[in-house]
Design a binder for this molecule. Structure first.
Ligand SMILES: [Zn+2]
Length: 357
């Protein structure tokens, strides 16, 4: 079914959507229902029924016969998603698959010897969506490192919750150049001497991992993704090659350690935020809102920007998220990408779960 056909359908009756629920957010006046049981209860109640278009995304088998099911021929992961996120941000965050769901996913499947979480700094879903088993996941709030990683780790931190589920050993890996505050936050509960390794290059991670027996161990690794290439690089970064190195070499080598020890494992990968790569000269360019405090204030108050900025609070900090293709300042000469705003490129990150046996 096409998106406009679903709209006509919903004008007549509610339906269960078997496709990605984000597609429903592309329609006007649609209420997305996450709790089907609650919905059925409301439908059965002797009171006037709401006339809004309603889509149910929590499809429970027991209710299948009750409501029609539809499958959509629509991919919500496209540049227009930025607008949809902007218009319906708070609603979407209630029911979509976001970074805040990751810890729960990991905790729901712990019957293995080793759990490895690879946190990648800067990688868009768009740049690796063709690889096997990649699932799109939304960033909650500002698309910056401190917010993204915090969304994923959760509170209490994942390592702590896995410890309670039997993962008594933990090992952490981070690069030397990482800011201390962020590392401390990400590796809260890891003993800095015995359980943390600050490495200069990837091979050290494999070397250290190979030295330990990884039974009932939680391994958390922060890898530099593409963020560093976005902020400074001579020439446009070779995105395809960098992505290939991450999947074809880094993740393969990490999984290889578990396999070598003849253990069972689950390897997860997710990034903190995506990157909106600098448009090529032939592409639609960014619309710059100058990064000058006084000017910005005027512009924010003005119509154009007021209609394109979303104010959110993440972990006590206030952020103004500009929707695509607005940007607070133009790209510097050596800058190839940006993040921090609300767009398909920045707000959708790849999530990967691989069984290692
Ligand atoms: Zn980052």
């Amino acid at each position: 079914m096409k998106l406009n056909e679903l709209a006509c359908f919903l004008d007549r009756a509610p339906a269960i959507l078997s496709s990605d629920p984000l597609s429903a957010a592309f329609l006007d006046d649609v209420q997305v229902i996450g709790d089907q049981q609650e919905f059925v209860k409301r439908m059965d109640a002797p009171q006037p029924q709401p006339s809004a278009r309603m889509v149910i995304i929590d499809a429970q088998a027991s209710y299948y016969e009750r409501l029609p099911r539809v499958t959509l021929n629509h991919d919500p992961y496209r540049p227009e998603l930025g607008n949809v996120l902007y218009e319906k941000y708070h609603d979407i965050m209630r029911w979509a698959f976001t970074q805040k769901d990751i810890a729960g996913r990991i905790l729901s499947d712990t019957k293995v010897d080793t759990i490895i979480l690879v946190l990648v700094d800067g990688l868009s879903y768009d740049d690796c969506k063709d690889r096997p088993s990649i699932i799109p996941c939304l960033v909650n709030g500002a698309t910056i490192t401190a917010v993204g990683f915090r969304n994923i780790i959760g509170d209490p931190p994942l390592a702590y919750r896995l410890f309670k589920k039997g993962f008594k050993s933990k090992l952490g890996f981070s690069y030397w150049d990482r800011g201390n505050d962020l590392t401390n936050m990400l590796f809260q509960g890891f003993d800095p001497q015995a359980q943390m390794h600050r490495v200069a290059e990837f091979e050290e991670i494999i070397e250290q991992l190979s030295k330990r027996r990884l039974t009932k161990t939680f391994v958390q690794i922060v890898l530099s993704g593409l963020d560093q290439f976005a902020h400074y690089n001579r020439g446009r970064p070779p995105i395809k090659e960098l992505v290939e190195r991450l999947f074809g070499y880094y993740l393969t080598a990490i999984a290889g350690v578990v396999r070598q020890q003849k253990l069972t494992g689950l390897l997860y990968m997710i990034s903190d935020h995506g990157i909106w790569w600098r448009p090529r000269p032939s592409e639609k360019s960014a619309i710059v809102v100058p990064d000058d405090k006084a000017k910005r204030k005027r512009l924010l108050a003005g119509h154009l920007i007021r209609n394109n900025v979303l104010h959110v609070t993440c972990y006590g900090e206030a952020y103004s998220l500009l929707r695509y293709p607005y940007i607070f300042r133009d790209f510097k000469r050596t800058e190839w990408g940006t993040h921090g705003g609300l767009s398909y490129y920045e707000s959708v990150v790849p999530f990967l779960k691989v069984e290692v046996f």
